[in-house]
Design a binder for this molecule. Sequence first.
Ligand code: GAR
Length: 248
Amino acid sequence: MAFSSMPDKTIQQTPPRSWPQGQRRRLAVLVSGRGSNLQALHQSAQAYGFALDWLIVANRKDSKGLIWARDHGLETELLLHSDFASREEFDRQLAYRLNRFEPHLVVLAGFMRILTDVFFGAFHGPTINIHPSLLPAYPGLQTHARALQDGVAVHGATVHSVTPQVDHGPILAQAVLGVSHQDDEKRLGARVLEMEHKLLPMVTWALLRDDLQLIDGRWSLCRPQSDLPQGLQFSSCLFHPQLVVSPR
Ligand code: GAR
């Protein structure tokens, strides 16, 4: 792992590039709760003027993300897991709904549900997840508390491809911060979340622009000097080595 201490000026100065004019991209976002990452994605898309059709799928009716999406006129689908006899039936319906939408990309943004092989057998589109730790450290829940308990010096967030193994799959990008003596679980969580809100849009737009390709289980940039959206600047950041972003 290497810090992006040498920002690439060419990348910095290139204006954000969208997909070809006149084209739209279909983006499905799966949420369970608050939906702040969904909102960050939406705000980023608005800021760059990216042409997107959205489908927001939630598995909880009290999901604030779902309510926010409805309030903002996005297409939504509520799939209550309690309505399904088994995890597999839920997954079959989820895959069916996504296949109907034909998304270019599916983003799990706080979707707190384990997907079974039934889902992966029925839906084959690219799917990514954001997780609040530097995977492979701290998969699962309570990531900030566990990191503090272990006294780690660095912590952060990861965007990775979704595979049947929870919180695993090829890593696309990571954002890292130094843990401070002032951090408690709440403060550390808030600091990581702020980084998630920049990391997730960056990776999402790169994938929708076909800037990244998976070769032998590892992600790499298709173009050696692919431009990244402006405004994605972190004070202390670690990324996939090819996704260089300048410090603030
Ligand atoms: C985020 O911190 C996300 O990384 C995490 O849930 C939170 C959702 O927040 N995801 C996971 O833990 C997945 N294993 P949000 O609903 O405000 O975007």
